[in-house]
Design a protein. Structure first.
Lengths: 208, 277, 300
């Protein structure tokens, strides 16, 4: 088991070395059946109805999906059911993954929408059909944030008011469309757009 | 997307507990989408912290996915063992297609031929249904099905019934389209039921396939004989006379059909001489 | 020429009783005056192809009725409708050629068979199907269509369908055929466990497997029982009838030899009536089986 040390840029300068393969993981690797397939390979196997592949994918992704959804919704029960339904949906619609972008991002898309449908009443059929089509391409903003490191951007985000931050999170990080973000936050679409514009302005000013 | 930054185990643990501040949490979330090492660390922590919770959820997930294909048939047992059997459904569809195509094609060529074809073929659909009901080969479980508690005469009756009921509207529709005189629309039903009942009754003793073929040929010969021996205008009248209006035919057919069906239903738990290949 | 031995379970009830059963197909006699008694444990049916094993097993599975003689299964008469139903509720059957529909997934198919076996409650049925599939190691591929599975895996799916509901009487026609060694061992442990709780009747070509697994062995040839007893007794039949020499010349085979073959060490092993002063060898169950198939064996 190789253990590599990596440089971690911390706030306030200096170098902190962090052990990349901590003890907890080493133990898990030895006890787990250690499936070496990539997420993409697992999805391909799920298309072929490989049940074990679904379990491996579940064990890999549920631990981050649940807390992430829990941050959007205080109702623990709804979050659990959404996570469950997400993996059932993965099993049933694995063919819809179009091989672009991370599998985790695709799973997140399913998860957040499962939660959305659970929290809000059913939308008309046409609207729902529009929601199914997803563009997995990340925007430029999202690309920046995905590589976020502690630093100025984090501080700038911190300084945004909660409503602006919520809108940034919903549209940029969660990848929701304006309409979906509006549903999620219970505000009109127009408000989402204006808040997004204000957030962008404030971030640009903070980083300038 | 490679990055030099990774979340520390402490941060991941805090994230899992919902204890990270909003911006840090968002960073970690965004990072976890692209970093499988950090996801693995989170999984390892989750395994030791609350492994049984995720096991329970996995059980609930498998309860959802471990279910037979959902269609109309999965609701009721009787539907599952008849319509839910793809080989049987396919055989039924083939029979019905023949029932539609042959008379219509014949009717294109010659109106008389169409009528003869329909009257000749329509009663045979239930007969064929009865014959195939004896074959485990049309059961998804194949030869295994013959040794199960449900494999009694009841099952054979059900399957024959399904084919018969499917054939009825199709036969009538084709008769209307041809078009056939109204008196002939239903005249073939009772003889068809009678022939089907004969196959069902004798199918345990004699080879139902051979019996069905014999009866089918006999009926076909009778009908085409009639058809050939009459002049053009007289055909429907003749068929009417012999098939529909002739009391003897209809009454005997009704008698046979009713009598046999009553006996079979009474003996519905009887053993079936399954035609194992 | 029939003989039989009976194995009695403590309860005293016989699970399988076959009395002078005869079955004809046209002019061929498939099963000819067969007697069989069994109660508990694993019974192996040995015999060449066409010996009547499949026909006999079909009769034990209540799928076929004998022309003559009587059969009693689990103390019940399969000729009576209500008793036959009761038998089938405790019966598991694996035909030689199951003929499963290839378009179903393994789970769908075993679930379907569970429906045929009157498992009405959906949740309990799902649990039972999972259990049966897990017994044969098919859990991970249970949702794949049967046509995508290998021959050995398809066999195991049929086996899972046969053991649904923990039947008291298991009738299996060549269950090990087509299985690789790992799964054959898995099958063996499942069968011996089933044999400890009920009765298992298995037909097989492998004498070694019969020896390892079965408490009782029946050799069927041309529809007749040529031997019935413990595997050790079958081997013991050949005591004093197996000898080894180095006579590689086929022409000088001693009279009375039933069969000869060259062993791995390069010697020649003979079965039959040994000549004077021949070097006798310890008999194996194969020797006993060969003797029974080739010679008239008279036993008391």
């Amino acid at each position: 088991m190789t253990i590599t040390l990596r440089r971690v840029p911390a706030q306030g300068g200096g170098v902190t070395l962090v052990n990349r393969m901590p003890p907890a993981m080493a133990q898990w690797c030895m006890t787990d059946r250690a499936d070496r397939r990539t997420d993409r390979e697992l999805l391909a196997a799920i298309v072929d109805h490989d049940r074990l592949a679904l379990e491996v994918l579940y064990r890999r992704h549920e631990p981050w999906l649940t807390p992430r959804l829990a941050r959007r919704c205080a109702n623990r029960q709804a979050v659990e059911e959404a996570v469950q339904d997400t993996f059932v949906a993965v099993w049933r619609s694995a063919t819809r993954y179009d091989d672009r972008g991370e599998v985790a991002a695709w799973i997140w898309g399913i998860g957040i929408r499962q939660l959305l449908h659970r929290l809000r009443p059913r939308r008309p059929l046409l609207d729902r059909m529009r929601l199914v089509r997803r563009d997995d391409q990340t925007s430029a903003e999202e690309q920046v944030l995905l590589g976020v490191q502690y630093g100025e951007l984090g501080l700038a985000l911190d300084r945004l008011s909660p409503e602006l931050r919520a809108v940034v999170q919903a549209t940029v990080l969660d990848g929701l469309t304006t309409k979906e973000a509006a549903t999620m936050l219970s505000i009109p679409s127009g408000t989402v757009k204006t808040r997004m514009m204000r957030a962008r302005t404030q971030l640009r000013e903070a980083l300038a | 997307m490679s990055t030099d930054w990774h979340a520390s185990p402490g941060q991941l643990a805090a994230f899992a507990d919902g204890a990270l501040g909003p911006v840090r949490a968002s960073s970690v979330e965004a990072h976890l989408v692209v970093c499988d090492d950090c996801r693995a660390e989170l999984s390892a922590q989750a395994e030791s912290a609350h492994g049984t919770c995720s096991d329970r959820m996995w059980t609930r997930i498998t309860d959802e996915i471990d279910s037979p294909r959902r269609n109309l048939a999965s609701r009721w047992t009787w539907a599952r063992v008849t319509l839910g059997s793809p080989p049987l459904a396919a055989a039924t569809v083939l029979v019905l297609i023949a029932l539609v195509v042959v008379p219509l094609l014949a009717g294109e060529m010659d109106r008389r031929a169409g009528a003869i074809a329909l009257i000749g073929l329509a009663p045979l659909a239930p007969v064929l249904g009865a014959a195939v009901a004896f074959r485990p080969a049309l059961d998804p479980a194949g030869q295994l099905s013959a040794a199960t508690p449900l494999a009694t005469m009841r099952l054979v009756l059900l399957r024959a019934l399904v084919v018969t009921i499917a054939a009825l509207p199709v036969g009538i529709a084709v008769a209307v389209v041809l078009p056939l005189r109204s008196t002939l629309l239903l005249g073939w039903v009772l003889p068809g039921l009678a022939l089907c009942a004969i196959v069902l009754a004798a199918g345990s003793r004699f080879d139902p396939t051979r019996l069905a073929i014999a009866l089918a040929l006999g009926w076909a010969v009778l009908v085409s004989n009639l058809g050939l021996r009459t002049r053009d205008g007289d055909l429907t009248a003749r068929l009417s006379e012999w098939v529909v209006n002739h009391p003897a035919t209809q009454l005997t057919s009704a008698g046979i059909a009713a009598g046999v069906v009553i006996v079979l239903v009474a003996r519905r738990d009887a053993a079936v001489n399954w035609r194992m290949s | 020429m029939t003989n039989y031995a009976s194995l009695r379970a403590p309860s005293g009830a016989l699970a399988v009783t076959v009395d002078a059963v005869r079955k004809r197909f046209g002019s061929t006699i498939a099963v000819d005056a067969v007697d069989l008694r069994a109660s508990g444990g694993v019974i192996g049916l040995l015999g060449p192809n066409g010996a009547g094993k499949t026909t006999l097993l079909r009769m034990l599975a209540t799928v076929l009725e004998p022309d003559e003689g009587s059969i009693s299964l689990l103390g019940l008469d399969p000729r009576r409708a209500d008793e036959r139903l009761a038998i089938r509720r405790q019966l598991g059957y694996l035909p030689q050629e199951p003929g499963l529909y290839q378009g179903f997934s393994a789970f769908d198919l075993v679930d379907y068979v569970a429906v045929l076996k009157e498992h009405t409650d959906r949740g309990a049925r799902r649990q039972e199907v999972r259990r049966a599939l897990a017994l044969f190691g098919i859990t991970d591929v249970m949702h794949k269509k049967i046509r995508t599975l290998s021959g050995g895996t398809r066999k195991r799916v049929a086996l899972a369908a046969a053991v649904l509901g923990n039947p008291t009487l298991l009738v299996l026609d060549e269950p090990a055929a087509g299985l690789d060694p790992e799964h054959r061992l898995q099958l063996r442990s499942v069968l011996s466990d089933a044999g400890s709780r009920g009765t298992v009747v298995v037909s097989t070509h492998h004498t070694a497997e019969a020896a390892a697994l079965c408490q009782q062995v029946v050799v069927l040839i041309d529809g007749r029982v040529r031997f019935c007893g413990a595997p050790s007794e079958l081997a013991a039949l050949a005591t004093g009838r197996v000898w080894i020499d180095d006579a590689h010349d086929g022409n000088s085979r001693p009279a009375g030899t039933v069969q000869s073959w060259i062993t791995a060490e390069g010697h020649v092993r003979h079965i039959g009536d040994p000549p004077q002063g021949a070097e006798l060898a310890d008999p194996t169950i194969d020797d006993g089986y060969l003797l029974v198939t080739h010679a008239e064996v008279v036993t008391p």
